[in-house]
Design a protein around this ligand. Sequence first.
Ligand SMILES: Cc1cc2nc3c(=O)[nH]c(=O)nc-3n(C[C@H](O)[C@H](O)[C@H](O)COP(=O)(O)OP(=O)(O)OC[C@H]3O[C@@H](n4cnc5c(N)ncnc54)[C@H](O)[C@@H]3O)c2cc1C
Length: 359
Amino acid sequence: MNYPRVAVIGGGIAGAVACLRLVDSEAQLLWIAPIDNVHDKYGEHLSAAARPLLEQVNALGLLERPYHRQANVILSSWGSDKIAERHSIVHLEGPGTVINRRAFEQDLADEVSHRGVTRRDVMLKDARLNQGHWQLELEDGSEKVDYLIDASGRHAIIAKQYAPRFRSDQLVAVIAFLEQNAAADIVPTRATLIEAVADGWWYATLLADGRLVLNYYTDPDLLPTDISRETSVFNRLLRQTRYIDRWINEAEFELKSPPRLASAGTTWIAPAAGESWIAVGDAAASFDPLSSHGMTTALWTAITGADAAIAYLSGNREPSIGYTGKVAAGIQEFLNSRTTIYQQENRFKENTFWERRIK
Ligand SMILES: Cc1cc2nc3c(=O)[nH]c(=O)nc-3n(C[C@H](O)[C@H](O)[C@H](O)COP(=O)(O)OP(=O)(O)OC[C@H]3O[C@@H](n4cnc5c(N)ncnc54)[C@H](O)[C@@H]3O)c2cc1C
Protein backbone atom coordinates (compact mmCIF):
# COMPACT_ATOMS: atom_id res chain seq x y z
CA MET A 1 0.00 0.00 0.00
CA ASN A 2 1.34 3.44 -0.98
CA TYR A 3 0.56 5.88 1.79
CA PRO A 4 0.68 9.58 0.89
CA ARG A 5 3.84 11.44 1.76
CA VAL A 6 3.38 14.70 3.66
CA ALA A 7 6.20 17.20 4.22
CA VAL A 8 6.01 19.51 7.23
CA ILE A 9 8.33 22.50 6.78
CA GLY A 10 9.50 24.22 9.98
CA GLY A 11 10.75 23.24 13.42
CA GLY A 12 8.83 25.79 15.49
CA ILE A 13 5.68 25.16 17.50
CA ALA A 14 3.41 24.93 14.46
CA GLY A 15 5.65 22.43 12.65
CA ALA A 16 6.17 20.20 15.69
CA VAL A 17 2.48 20.19 16.60
CA ALA A 18 1.41 19.45 13.01
CA CYS A 19 3.71 16.40 13.20
CA LEU A 20 2.25 15.36 16.57
CA ARG A 21 -1.22 15.54 15.04
CA LEU A 22 -0.18 13.53 11.97
CA VAL A 23 1.80 10.73 13.62
CA ASP A 24 -1.28 8.56 14.10
CA SER A 25 -2.49 9.05 10.53
CA GLU A 26 -1.51 6.86 7.62
CA ALA A 27 0.59 9.57 6.03
CA GLN A 28 4.34 9.10 5.76
CA LEU A 29 5.88 12.15 7.39
CA LEU A 30 8.91 14.10 6.25
CA TRP A 31 9.79 16.74 8.86
CA ILE A 32 12.09 19.41 7.44
CA ALA A 33 13.17 21.31 10.54
CA PRO A 34 16.57 22.98 10.71
CA ILE A 35 17.84 23.18 14.29
CA ASP A 36 18.65 26.73 15.33
CA ASN A 37 21.01 27.38 18.19
CA VAL A 38 19.48 30.58 19.49
CA HIS A 39 19.81 30.46 23.26
CA ASP A 40 17.55 33.39 24.11
CA LYS A 41 14.38 32.56 22.18
CA TYR A 42 11.71 35.22 22.51
CA GLY A 43 7.90 34.85 22.70
CA GLU A 44 7.24 33.36 26.13
CA HIS A 45 3.71 34.28 27.19
CA LEU A 46 1.55 31.24 26.42
CA SER A 47 -2.10 32.05 26.90
CA ALA A 48 -4.42 29.74 28.85
CA ALA A 49 -6.24 28.95 25.59
CA ALA A 50 -3.20 26.87 24.61
CA ARG A 51 -3.87 24.23 27.26
CA PRO A 52 -6.78 22.36 25.62
CA LEU A 53 -4.89 22.49 22.31
CA LEU A 54 -1.79 20.91 23.82
CA GLU A 55 -4.04 18.31 25.38
CA GLN A 56 -5.33 17.37 21.92
CA VAL A 57 -1.83 16.29 20.94
CA ASN A 58 -1.06 14.71 24.34
CA ALA A 59 1.55 17.33 25.14
CA LEU A 60 -0.08 19.29 27.99
CA GLY A 61 2.27 17.67 30.50
CA LEU A 62 5.17 19.62 28.97
CA LEU A 63 3.94 22.76 30.72
CA GLU A 64 4.61 21.14 34.11
CA ARG A 65 8.37 21.30 33.55
CA PRO A 66 10.19 23.41 36.18
CA TYR A 67 11.59 25.94 33.69
CA HIS A 68 8.10 27.35 33.04
CA ARG A 69 6.03 29.35 35.50
CA GLN A 70 2.37 30.18 35.84
CA ALA A 71 1.58 33.75 34.76
CA ASN A 72 -0.43 34.88 37.74
CA VAL A 73 0.30 38.59 37.84
CA ILE A 74 0.02 40.90 34.85
CA LEU A 75 0.38 44.59 35.56
CA SER A 76 -0.11 47.34 33.08
CA SER A 77 0.09 51.06 32.65
CA TRP A 78 -2.08 51.43 29.58
CA GLY A 79 -4.41 54.39 29.19
CA SER A 80 -3.43 55.68 32.61
CA ASP A 81 -0.35 56.78 34.54
CA LYS A 82 -1.43 54.44 37.29
CA ILE A 83 -0.52 50.81 37.29
CA ALA A 84 -3.33 48.28 37.21
CA GLU A 85 -3.83 44.56 37.07
CA ARG A 86 -5.39 44.19 33.64
CA HIS A 87 -6.21 40.70 32.57
CA SER A 88 -8.24 41.89 29.61
CA ILE A 89 -5.28 43.30 27.68
CA VAL A 90 -3.31 40.14 27.29
CA HIS A 91 -5.38 37.16 28.30
CA LEU A 92 -9.08 36.75 28.57
CA GLU A 93 -9.14 33.10 29.60
CA GLY A 94 -7.34 33.22 32.94
CA PRO A 95 -3.71 32.75 33.80
CA GLY A 96 -1.37 31.50 31.14
CA THR A 97 2.19 30.22 31.40
CA VAL A 98 5.47 32.06 31.05
CA ILE A 99 7.49 29.47 29.22
CA ASN A 100 11.15 28.99 28.55
CA ARG A 101 10.61 29.11 24.81
CA ARG A 102 13.77 27.32 23.76
CA ALA A 103 13.17 24.47 26.22
CA PHE A 104 9.50 24.19 25.21
CA GLU A 105 10.34 23.87 21.52
CA GLN A 106 13.02 21.31 22.32
CA ASP A 107 10.52 19.30 24.39
CA LEU A 108 7.98 19.38 21.55
CA ALA A 109 10.64 18.21 19.09
CA ASP A 110 11.63 15.39 21.48
CA GLU A 111 7.95 14.34 21.64
CA VAL A 112 7.83 14.21 17.85
CA SER A 113 10.91 11.99 17.75
CA HIS A 114 9.62 9.74 20.60
CA ARG A 115 6.55 9.16 18.47
CA GLY A 116 8.66 7.91 15.61
CA VAL A 117 9.28 10.89 13.30
CA THR A 118 12.85 11.74 12.33
CA ARG A 119 13.78 15.41 12.21
CA ARG A 120 15.64 16.37 9.06
CA ASP A 121 17.99 19.17 10.10
CA VAL A 122 18.09 21.01 6.74
CA MET A 123 16.51 24.02 5.08
CA LEU A 124 14.01 23.74 2.28
CA LYS A 125 15.44 25.74 -0.62
CA ASP A 126 12.55 25.44 -3.04
CA ALA A 127 9.44 23.42 -3.82
CA ARG A 128 7.58 23.04 -7.10
CA LEU A 129 4.21 21.45 -7.65
CA ASN A 130 4.27 19.26 -10.73
CA GLN A 131 1.38 17.00 -11.80
CA GLY A 132 0.02 16.62 -8.29
CA HIS A 133 3.38 16.04 -6.58
CA TRP A 134 5.79 18.38 -4.87
CA GLN A 135 9.42 18.27 -5.84
CA LEU A 136 11.37 19.55 -2.82
CA GLU A 137 14.86 20.96 -3.10
CA LEU A 138 16.58 20.53 0.26
CA GLU A 139 20.05 21.55 1.32
CA ASP A 140 21.08 17.90 1.20
CA GLY A 141 19.16 16.59 -1.79
CA SER A 142 15.66 16.37 -3.21
CA GLU A 143 12.42 14.63 -2.22
CA LYS A 144 9.02 14.03 -3.74
CA VAL A 145 5.88 14.37 -1.60
CA ASP A 146 2.12 14.50 -2.16
CA TYR A 147 1.25 17.32 0.24
CA LEU A 148 3.09 20.18 1.89
CA ILE A 149 2.41 21.87 5.24
CA ASP A 150 4.14 25.24 5.36
CA ALA A 151 5.06 25.94 9.01
CA SER A 152 8.09 28.07 8.15
CA GLY A 153 6.96 31.04 10.25
CA ARG A 154 6.98 34.57 8.88
CA HIS A 155 9.08 33.36 5.93
CA ALA A 156 6.01 31.47 4.62
CA ILE A 157 8.49 29.99 2.22
CA ILE A 158 5.97 28.18 0.01
CA ALA A 159 2.63 29.78 0.90
CA LYS A 160 3.76 33.25 -0.20
CA GLN A 161 4.51 31.88 -3.67
CA TYR A 162 1.02 30.43 -4.08
CA ALA A 163 -1.22 33.05 -2.43
CA PRO A 164 -1.05 36.80 -1.83
CA ARG A 165 0.37 38.12 1.40
CA PHE A 166 -1.14 41.07 3.30
CA ARG A 167 0.32 43.35 5.94
CA SER A 168 -1.48 45.76 8.24
CA ASP A 169 1.46 47.43 9.98
CA GLN A 170 5.25 47.51 10.29
CA LEU A 171 5.58 46.87 14.02
CA VAL A 172 9.11 46.03 15.09
CA ALA A 173 10.31 44.50 18.36
CA VAL A 174 13.50 45.35 20.23
CA ILE A 175 14.33 42.37 22.41
CA ALA A 176 16.71 41.97 25.32
CA PHE A 177 17.32 39.31 27.96
CA LEU A 178 18.59 40.79 31.22
CA GLU A 179 20.33 39.08 34.11
CA GLN A 180 20.22 40.16 37.70
CA ASN A 181 23.44 41.38 39.26
CA ALA A 182 24.76 38.36 41.21
CA ALA A 183 25.28 40.52 44.30
CA ALA A 184 21.73 41.95 44.26
CA ASP A 185 19.92 41.48 47.54
CA ILE A 186 16.36 41.45 46.22
CA VAL A 187 14.00 38.76 44.92
CA PRO A 188 12.45 40.14 41.71
CA THR A 189 8.67 40.16 41.37
CA ARG A 190 7.35 37.18 39.38
CA ALA A 191 5.20 39.29 37.12
CA THR A 192 4.61 40.61 33.64
CA LEU A 193 4.48 44.36 33.17
CA ILE A 194 3.15 46.21 30.13
CA GLU A 195 3.66 49.93 29.77
CA ALA A 196 2.56 52.28 27.00
CA VAL A 197 4.86 55.17 26.02
CA ALA A 198 4.62 57.95 23.44
CA ASP A 199 6.20 55.97 20.59
CA GLY A 200 5.07 52.43 21.40
CA TRP A 201 4.86 50.06 24.32
CA TRP A 202 7.06 47.96 26.55
CA TYR A 203 6.66 44.45 27.87
CA ALA A 204 8.76 42.86 30.57
CA THR A 205 8.39 39.47 32.18
CA LEU A 206 10.35 37.40 34.63
CA LEU A 207 11.28 33.92 33.44
CA ALA A 208 11.30 30.98 35.86
CA ASP A 209 15.12 30.97 35.72
CA GLY A 210 15.29 34.54 37.02
CA ARG A 211 16.14 36.30 33.76
CA LEU A 212 14.04 39.24 32.67
CA VAL A 213 12.77 39.45 29.09
CA LEU A 214 12.32 42.97 27.86
CA ASN A 215 10.59 43.92 24.60
CA TYR A 216 10.00 47.37 23.17
CA TYR A 217 7.48 47.64 20.33
CA THR A 218 7.42 50.56 17.94
CA ASP A 219 7.52 51.37 14.23
CA PRO A 220 10.84 51.22 12.34
CA ASP A 221 10.75 54.94 11.44
CA LEU A 222 10.39 55.83 15.14
CA LEU A 223 13.37 53.77 16.26
CA PRO A 224 16.86 55.25 16.78
CA THR A 225 19.07 53.80 14.03
CA ASP A 226 21.87 52.61 16.34
CA ILE A 227 19.58 50.80 18.78
CA SER A 228 20.97 47.34 18.07
CA ARG A 229 24.60 48.50 18.27
CA GLU A 230 24.63 50.63 21.42
CA THR A 231 23.25 49.51 24.77
CA SER A 232 23.25 53.18 25.82
CA VAL A 233 20.61 53.98 23.17
CA PHE A 234 18.35 51.25 24.49
CA ASN A 235 18.91 52.39 28.07
CA ARG A 236 17.98 55.94 27.09
CA LEU A 237 14.67 54.70 25.67
CA LEU A 238 14.11 52.65 28.79
CA ARG A 239 14.39 55.73 30.92
CA GLN A 240 11.22 57.07 29.24
CA THR A 241 9.24 54.41 31.09
CA ARG A 242 7.87 55.10 34.52
CA TYR A 243 7.57 51.56 35.89
CA ILE A 244 9.69 49.21 33.83
CA ASP A 245 12.86 51.23 34.36
CA ARG A 246 12.16 51.32 38.08
CA TRP A 247 11.62 47.53 38.21
CA ILE A 248 14.88 46.92 36.39
CA ASN A 249 16.87 49.30 38.55
CA GLU A 250 15.45 48.21 41.88
CA ALA A 251 16.02 44.52 41.15
CA GLU A 252 19.45 45.35 39.63
CA PHE A 253 18.93 43.78 36.23
CA GLU A 254 21.67 44.44 33.73
CA LEU A 255 21.68 44.63 29.96
CA LYS A 256 24.98 43.04 28.96
CA SER A 257 24.77 43.19 25.18
CA PRO A 258 22.85 45.30 22.65
CA PRO A 259 19.27 44.19 21.99
CA ARG A 260 18.06 42.30 18.91
CA LEU A 261 15.44 43.43 16.42
CA ALA A 262 12.60 41.34 15.01
CA SER A 263 9.59 41.95 12.81
CA ALA A 264 6.41 41.86 14.84
CA GLY A 265 3.81 43.27 12.46
CA THR A 266 0.51 41.69 11.55
CA THR A 267 0.73 39.80 8.24
CA TRP A 268 -1.28 36.99 6.69
CA ILE A 269 -1.67 34.84 3.61
CA ALA A 270 -5.09 34.57 1.98
CA PRO A 271 -6.26 32.00 1.24
CA ALA A 272 -4.22 30.02 3.75
CA ALA A 273 -4.47 26.78 1.75
CA GLY A 274 -4.47 25.76 -1.90
CA GLU A 275 -3.72 22.85 -4.18
CA SER A 276 -1.88 20.24 -2.08
CA TRP A 277 -0.59 22.78 0.45
CA ILE A 278 -1.66 24.50 3.62
CA ALA A 279 -0.01 27.23 5.71
CA VAL A 280 -0.07 26.95 9.51
CA GLY A 281 1.26 29.10 12.36
CA ASP A 282 2.92 32.40 11.49
CA ALA A 283 3.16 31.26 7.87
CA ALA A 284 -0.64 31.60 7.73
CA ALA A 285 -1.08 34.61 10.02
CA SER A 286 1.28 36.43 12.34
CA PHE A 287 -0.05 38.93 14.83
CA ASP A 288 1.07 41.98 16.78
CA PRO A 289 2.33 40.29 20.00
CA LEU A 290 -0.02 42.49 22.03
CA SER A 291 -2.54 39.71 21.50
CA SER A 292 -0.23 37.17 23.17
CA HIS A 293 -1.98 34.67 20.93
CA GLY A 294 0.76 33.87 18.39
CA MET A 295 1.61 30.51 19.91
CA THR A 296 -2.04 29.61 20.50
CA THR A 297 -2.73 30.37 16.85
CA ALA A 298 0.27 28.24 15.90
CA LEU A 299 -1.27 25.38 17.91
CA TRP A 300 -4.80 25.56 16.55
CA THR A 301 -3.79 26.13 12.95
CA ALA A 302 -1.31 23.23 13.18
CA ILE A 303 -3.97 20.87 14.54
CA THR A 304 -6.78 22.01 12.24
CA GLY A 305 -4.42 22.27 9.27
CA ALA A 306 -3.07 18.74 9.81
CA ASP A 307 -6.64 17.38 9.96
CA ALA A 308 -7.52 19.30 6.78
CA ALA A 309 -4.44 17.86 5.04
CA ILE A 310 -5.48 14.29 5.83
CA ALA A 311 -9.03 14.96 4.62
CA TYR A 312 -7.65 16.56 1.42
CA LEU A 313 -5.53 13.50 0.70
CA SER A 314 -8.58 11.28 0.99
CA GLY A 315 -10.42 13.49 -1.51
CA ASN A 316 -12.40 15.70 0.88
CA ARG A 317 -11.55 19.38 0.34
CA GLU A 318 -14.24 20.79 2.62
CA PRO A 319 -12.08 20.96 5.79
CA SER A 320 -9.40 22.79 3.83
CA ILE A 321 -11.92 25.36 2.60
CA GLY A 322 -13.37 25.64 6.11
CA TYR A 323 -9.86 26.21 7.44
CA THR A 324 -9.15 29.15 5.13
CA GLY A 325 -12.47 30.70 6.19
CA LYS A 326 -11.64 30.30 9.89
CA VAL A 327 -8.18 31.80 9.47
CA ALA A 328 -9.64 34.78 7.58
CA ALA A 329 -12.31 35.29 10.26
CA GLY A 330 -9.69 35.05 13.01
CA ILE A 331 -7.61 37.76 11.34
CA GLN A 332 -10.61 40.08 11.07
CA GLU A 333 -11.52 39.46 14.70
CA PHE A 334 -7.95 40.17 15.75
CA LEU A 335 -7.77 43.42 13.74
CA ASN A 336 -10.99 44.66 15.38
CA SER A 337 -9.90 43.81 18.90
CA ARG A 338 -6.44 45.29 18.30
CA THR A 339 -7.99 48.65 17.40
CA THR A 340 -10.13 48.55 20.55
CA ILE A 341 -7.11 47.85 22.75
CA TYR A 342 -5.00 50.59 21.18
CA GLN A 343 -7.95 52.99 21.53
CA GLN A 344 -7.89 52.42 25.29
CA GLU A 345 -4.66 54.42 25.36
CA ASN A 346 -5.70 58.08 25.18
CA ARG A 347 -2.65 59.81 26.55
CA PHE A 348 -0.66 59.58 23.33
CA LYS A 349 -3.36 59.68 20.69
CA GLU A 350 -1.66 62.61 18.92
CA ASN A 351 1.58 60.61 18.57
CA THR A 352 2.33 58.90 15.26
CA PHE A 353 2.57 55.36 16.66
CA TRP A 354 -0.87 55.55 18.29
CA GLU A 355 -2.47 57.61 15.54
CA ARG A 356 -1.60 54.84 13.06
CA ARG A 357 -3.40 52.26 15.17
CA ILE A 358 -6.53 53.92 16.46
CA LYS A 359 -7.99 55.00 13.14
C1 LIG B 1 9.06 39.82 19.55
C2 LIG B 1 7.96 38.80 19.54
C3 LIG B 1 7.39 38.40 20.75
C4 LIG B 1 6.37 37.46 20.75
N1 LIG B 1 5.80 37.13 21.94
C5 LIG B 1 4.81 36.21 21.96
C6 LIG B 1 4.23 35.84 23.19
O1 LIG B 1 4.62 36.29 24.26
N2 LIG B 1 3.22 34.93 23.15
C7 LIG B 1 2.77 34.36 21.97
O2 LIG B 1 1.84 33.53 21.99
N3 LIG B 1 3.33 34.70 20.80
C8 LIG B 1 4.33 35.60 20.77
N4 LIG B 1 4.90 35.95 19.58
C9 LIG B 1 4.46 35.23 18.36
C10 LIG B 1 5.01 33.80 18.33
O3 LIG B 1 6.39 33.77 18.63
C11 LIG B 1 4.76 33.19 16.95
O4 LIG B 1 3.40 33.33 16.65
C12 LIG B 1 5.17 31.72 16.90
O5 LIG B 1 6.56 31.61 17.02
C13 LIG B 1 4.72 31.07 15.61
O6 LIG B 1 5.24 29.75 15.56
P1 LIG B 1 5.58 29.08 14.16
O7 LIG B 1 5.99 27.68 14.47
O8 LIG B 1 4.47 29.31 13.23
O9 LIG B 1 6.79 29.92 13.57
P2 LIG B 1 8.30 30.03 14.04
O10 LIG B 1 8.41 29.94 15.51
O11 LIG B 1 8.82 31.25 13.38
O12 LIG B 1 8.99 28.75 13.42
C14 LIG B 1 9.24 28.67 12.04
C15 LIG B 1 10.28 27.60 11.80
O13 LIG B 1 10.44 27.43 10.40
C16 LIG B 1 11.79 27.26 10.11
N5 LIG B 1 12.03 27.64 8.71
C17 LIG B 1 11.99 28.87 8.14
N6 LIG B 1 12.33 28.80 6.85
C18 LIG B 1 12.56 27.48 6.60
C19 LIG B 1 12.96 26.76 5.44
N7 LIG B 1 13.20 27.37 4.27
N8 LIG B 1 13.11 25.42 5.53
C20 LIG B 1 12.89 24.77 6.69
N9 LIG B 1 12.52 25.41 7.82
C21 LIG B 1 12.37 26.75 7.78
C22 LIG B 1 12.50 28.16 11.12
O14 LIG B 1 13.83 27.73 11.29
C23 LIG B 1 11.65 27.94 12.36
O15 LIG B 1 12.10 26.85 13.12
C24 LIG B 1 5.92 36.89 19.54
C25 LIG B 1 6.49 37.28 18.33
C26 LIG B 1 7.50 38.23 18.32
C27 LIG B 1 8.11 38.65 17.01
